[in-house]
Design a binder for this molecule. Structure first.
Ligand code: FAD
Length: 466
């Protein structure tokens, strides 16, 4: 799909007609912010940035690009960690921030309808104003958008209790690569009439359609939320505690994350925080317990009953807002602390919970041969989701990718848990998906995007263009 210069000029003029001159950015200096991502690893020169203001404008942008065979990448808040939302050379970046309207009480008081460009923080605030809550929350909340969250099927700590973004969807509006606007925003909670295409678009990382609006489920806020931190000697103990907490607390356990010792040390040094517990530990568990109704009994007492043998110095709890934020800060601040040290090489994987200790031990053994690397592990323990973060890797390191992702596959895990495949892991998709599954994915992609303009080369690579 080489694009001759004269065709680019035509495309730019046509795009300016669709979105207006002010929402077509071609100035190299202004484009820079949209061309690199939160990891600092991905992104090339874009042809231009366009900022449509409605679903119809999105459709017209895609029609213009489709006719010219000009590739497009969709960008929400650009907090993605898999390289899926930043341009490859010469792509048009479709930035979704103008589609940010939020409407509460749209036919169902337990739903809200949000534009793709609304941020997670804005959705949470709109839900709060309606006296309700949106289930998901994670540190990129001020920038991550509804469209990006649907596209990556984002999750975060509370997905343990409420499920990922796909589970929060009561309806969707999206535009296919050919410019067809698909709308399923009716205010019903159950809808089995025909194929569930919104479920297919969720997690498709901008390769099948552009999300323009979403009908999101809300829930009643719990009566209380208590936070705890527990120190475990090692991953075997951490997994044992997890099984105990999950079976003992059931649906009252809203979140259960883990942080390894190097990550705790990094956050303490960067944020100038005190040690979270009186003694040091190999692995730290941080979690939230809900009291859904008054009279359910204090959550932290229930927790103490479930863990009678835990020494006092290995557990701390918080019931007030400041205390809760303080304990979660050790987990939430890791990303930023790592980024401050340079380029971060990230793997977001999931494993059957019982195999997490083998994974961690194998990784330590493998990486001992690469002393230049600093390894930080944390993640959503209750879901078996591990974020492997490495400092000291320069550029792309295929041997390292193979080593880590093959180990995950050999233990029966998944090479991607919640961040997306994007460009980062597309060459490894075959490790955990069969040839038949990959062929189906390519067929679906070809059907919805026959010219191959949308997020091309991300997630699943077409056979013609390896
Ligand atoms: C500090 C930090 C913490 C994070 N924590 C978590 C976490 O706990 N859980 C988690 O799941 N993720 C987490 N992330 C990753 C990231 O925030 C999520 O993947 C988020 O969903 C991306 O949203 P975005 O709007 O920034 O999307 P972008 O980064 O802009 O794009 C991500 C992908 O979605 C596609 N896309 C974006 N908008 C649309 C649209 N409207 N239609 C179709 N495709 C679209 C893009 O093409 C790209 O493939 C974290 C990131 C950071 C920086």
């Amino acid at each position: 799909l080489a694009t001759p210069v004269e065709m680019d000029t035509d495309v730019l003029q046509l795009l300016a007609k669709v979105v207006g001159r002010d929402d077509l950015i071609v100035d190299r200096d202004l484009m820079g912010a949209y061309e690199t991502d939160a990891t600092g690893r991905f992104g090339e020169r874009a042809l231009c940035i366009v900022r449509p203001s409605s679903s119809d404008e999105v459709a017209d942008v895609l029609k213009v690009c489709g006719r010219a065979s000009t590739r497009v990448v969709i960008q929400g808040g650009n907090t993605g960690l898999a390289g899926g939302g930043v341009p490859c050379d010469g792509e048009v970046v479709v930035r979704m921030d103008h589609l940010n309207e939020i409407a509460s009480h749209e036919g169902d008081p337990w739903h809200l309808v949000a534009g793709a460009g609304a941020t997670l923080a804005e959705v949470r605030e709109a839900a709060r104003k309606a006296g309700l809550e949106f289930a998901l929350d994670f540190p990129a909340r001020d920038s991550a958008t509804v469209g990006g969250m649907v596209a990556t099927n984002a999750a975060g700590p509370t997905a343990l209790r409420w499920g990922p973004m796909r589970a929060q969807l009561a309806g969707l509006e999206a535009v296919t690569a050919t410019g067809a606007v698909l709308s399923r925003l009716v205010p019903v909670s159950k809808d089995n009439a025909g194929y569930d295409w919104p479920a297919l678009i969720a997690g498709s990382e901008g390769t099948l359609a552009v999300v323009t609006r979403a009908r999101l489920r809300l829930h009643t806020p719990p009566a209380a939320r208590d936070v705890f931190m527990i120190g475990a000697a090692n991953y075997d103990d951490a997994v044992g505690l997890t099984s105990c907490l999950r079976s003992g607390l059931g649906s009252r356990l809203e979140a259960l994350d883990f942080i390894d010792r190097p990550s705790v040390e990094l956050v303490c040094a960067t944020r100038r925080l005190r040690e979270p517990l009186p003694a040091t530990h190999g692995v730290y568990l941080v979690g939230t317990v809900l009291t859904e109704h008054e009279g359910d009994g204090p959550a932290l007492e229930l927790l103490a009953r479930e863990l009678p043998d835990l020494p006092d110095e290995a557990i701390v709890g918080a019931v007030d807002g400041a205390g809760r934020r303080r304990l979660w800060e050790y987990r939430e601040a890791i990303n930023e602390a790592l980024r401050a040290r340079g380029e971060v090489h990230k793997y977001d994987v999931s494993l059957p919970l019982q195999r997490l200790p083998s994974f961690a031990a194998g990784l330590t053994e493998d990486l001992a041969r690469r002393p230049e690397l600093a390894v930080y592990l944390y993640g959503h323990l209750g879901d078996g989701n591990v974020h492997v973060n490495l400092l000291g890797v320069t550029g792309f390191d295929r041997a390292l990718d193979d080593l880590i992702l093959e180990r995950v596959a050999s233990l029966g895990g998944s090479i991607d848990a919640e961040h997306g495949v994007g460009l980062a892991k597309r060459d490894h998709l075959g490790l955990t998906r069969t040839d038949a599954e990959l062929a189906l994915m390519r067929d679906v992609k070809r059907m919805l995007d026959p010219v191959g303009i949308l997020g091309s080369g991300r997630v699943v690579v077409s056979e013609e263009r390896p």
